[in-house]
Design a protein around this ligand. Structure first.
Ligand code: PLP
Length: 377
């Protein structure tokens, strides 16, 4: 059964942009050219301008954007990369696929982002890079991270898969670090009609490496300089993303309004609401609350037809995929607790005021059923 309030309504995005998207699809169909063409070049230029970066390199998806960035910066087997202990597993997989080893560092439990005070303790002779994630659309505190990186000669690659349009101390995320990795998975703030990703950077050499790596390691057809990949954003995705980019700021503005409303209307409930630092301009990819009774809260909302999602139920160090790293579950207690307590409320550019009001009322009306203590805390 379809929830009364869906978590995110992607059909509404198409309804709003039907003409532009249909035109884009036809343009690509008629062109007879489906990869590495004018649509990709146009989107790369537009997105680079949007985030204030010199270069944008379109790739197949966000995971590829991460490992190709690391490879372009020369990071590989034997190297360690510092990454948040609480993130989507793809942030870790990007490091693993580059051949390097993820070294988790715990987050600030209020902002959910990398706690830079903890980074120096994780640095070893093998550390080569730091990979902060702008989780849920909140910029990570980049200045201290860049300071530590400069002191130890490390690279910084940021995972901006959830942060299209976010700003840190007034600067757009996208050209602050050595390379910024983006995902355009359909549910992101800027989402394609399938998989797509990109890397933005100000550095000419990194950009050149990425263009070669994404296309079989070849600069000139049938001449292969390095062991490359096939990781290209296709023309159809580029055309759709170009049409949607024109709406990104407006849609992010709507997300901000909804987030503000949640934060005032839910302030009296026993929930930890998102904390925004004075230097942060988030884009509210997700509105994430924390509760010791998360599962009961989620169940109570589901009964009212309100769809919520847990981002993410299992910390990466506790996934079977990473059992070989040998981390005991108790090693990263902040990550573990967050993964047990976080809940994302419905939020998207097309959530109506009335539907949000229903979510807010549902939270208040059911509060007796999920407040207080029980065995799972
Ligand atoms: C979505 C996401 C990715 C991966 O992007 P894909 O395009 O799905 O490969 C990486 N990191 C984070 C934080 C994400 O949210």
């Amino acid at each position: 059964m379809r929830a009364r309030i869906p978590f995110l309504d992607l059909r509404a995005q198409y309804a709003e942009l039907r003409d532009e998207c249909d035109k884009a699809v036809h343009r690509v169909a008629e062109s007879g050219w489906y990869l590495l063409g004018t649509e990709l070049a146009a989107f790369e230029a537009a997105f680079a301008t949007h985030v204030g970066a010199k270069h944008c390199i379109g790739v197949a998806n966000g995971l590829d954007a991460l490992y190709l960035s690391l490879r372009a910066l020369g990071i590989g087997p034997g190297d360690e990369v510092i990454v948040p202990s609480n993130t989507y597993v793809a942030s870790w997989l990007g490091i693993t696929h580059a051949g390097a080893t993820p070294v988790p560092v715990e987050p600030d439990p209020l902002t959910f982002n990398l706690d830079s005070d903890r980074i120096p303790h994780a640095i070893t002779a093998r550390t080569r890079a730091i990979l902060p994630v702008h989780l849920y659309g909140q910029p990570a505190d980049l200045d201290p991270i860049l300071g530590i990186a400069a002191k130890h000669g490390l690279r910084v690659v940021d995972d901006a898969a959830q942060a299209h349009g976010a700003r840190y101390r007034g600067r757009a995320i996208g050209a602050i670090t050595d390379a910024t990795a983006w995902s355009f998975y359909p549910t992101k703030n800027l989402g394609a009609w399938g998989d797509a990703g990109a890397v933005t950077t100000d550095d000419d050499q990194t950009a050149d490496s990425l263009r070669v790596l994404r296309n079989y390691g070849s600069r000139e057809k049938y001449v292969n300089d390095v062991i490359g990949y096939n990781s290209r954003m296709d023309e159809l995705q580029a055309a759709i993303l170009g049409a949607k980019l024109a709406r990104l700021e407006e849609w992010n503005g709507r997300r901000s309004k909804l987030a503000e409303k949640y934060s005032t209307a839910l302030a009296d409930l026993p929930l930890q609401l998102p904390v925004v630092r004075e230097w942060a301009s988030p884009v509210w990819h997700l509105y994430v609350v924390r509760s010791v009774a998360r599962d009961r809260l989620r169940g109570a909302l589901a009964q009212r037809g309100v769809e919520t999602i847990v981002h993410y139920p299992v910390a990466p160090h506790m996934q079977n995929a990473y059992s070989s790293l040998g981390f005991p579950p108790a090693q990263f207690p902040i990550a573990r607790t967050l993964h047990e307590q976080v809940l994302s409320l419905p939020l998207g550019p097309h959530l109506s005021d009335a539907d949000q009001q229903y979510v807010i009322e549902s939270l208040h009306d059911t509060a007796d059923s999920w407040t207080g203590t029980d065995g799972n805390e």
